[in-house]
Design a protein. Sequence first.
Length: 199
Amino acid sequence: MAFELPKLAYAYNALEPYIDARTMEIHYTKHHQAYATNLNNAIAGTDLEGKSIEFILQHCKDKPAVRNNGGGFWNHNLFWEIMAPKAGGTPTGELAQAINDAFGTFEHFKDEFSKAATTRFGSGWAWLCIEGGKLVICSTANQDNPIMGEGCKGTPILGLDVWEHAYYLNYQNRRPDYINAFFNVINWEVVAKKFAAAK
Ligand code: MN3
């Protein structure tokens, strides 16, 4: 079966003022849709057709169309899922403890994650992953991700899109402001579930 976009769990304007409705609509209906369509086209009739998206990401290194569009498809699925209106704040429970164990404090985690997102040159993603039972931060270029073996090679439980298409309408060149705003829409309950499943 062809890959399809997951339904958004909130309206395009639900993440305002942090992420504006126009950016959300274009990002989801144009960019993400294009990754899904181009992924389906790239795998049609090949031995990757019918495989899981995770399997495809682990077997696309030398297939640029599959790599770029498969990564784009998976990365945005995660991105929409880990955001929500009336979210943000700080995690609780086991995830909070794991963040403190790995980074000292939540504030230090936020600084390190923001640094990874800010210093990713050009287009890419910042990630919080579980690797060998520990939380680690990394970033990748383009639509690559750790499942492909890029970056920290862990399992991503939180990802931030730092392509200009993700923020330019509202923030123009001010990527750090967008990164800061992102912390107001992180759905830590969903991230905690992903942590529990992957640790
Ligand atoms: Mn994007």
